[in-house]
Design a protein around this ligand. Sequence first.
Ligand code: FES
Length: 161
Amino acid sequence: MEQDKILLKILRDHRENNRNLIHLLEKIQDAYGYIPEDTVYWFSGKLDIPASKFYGIITFYPKFRLNPTGKNTITVCCGAACHIKGADKILEKIRETLSLKDEEDTTSNLLFTVQQATCIGACSIAPVVILNDQVHGNTDSDKVVKLLKGFEKEDEFIGYI
Ligand code: FES
């Protein structure tokens, strides 16, 4: 029921304001934190536009996500300077700490999403990890694990450390 209301509101805005599909997809992602597959087919049917056209846009723009993201985002810079200074080891340690399996980038409790970035423009303080909006430079695996422990008060994260 609630989902129908959300989708109908987005659809009405799309039709009344002659919005484009990128804007429509942004609104879906704003509402859900990602773009659920069933919403793509819902809009595809309502607008008589092939789902493939939606997916073409979603996969072209890196900002669109087809899977739910965690409440907190950890971004490990894996650009050249960070790579040389051990970004791979840091990334491996984070993934191990969060018990992420091969293809997973988000913890099952949706508390953390881990992603990689190419150079974020802070090479002088490499290696760099961004935890939510906070940049942590000259870091290493131990420092990052300590940072993650700062989230111990967050309900379910205790189990990971
Ligand atoms: S390579 Fe990581 S900040 Fe430039």
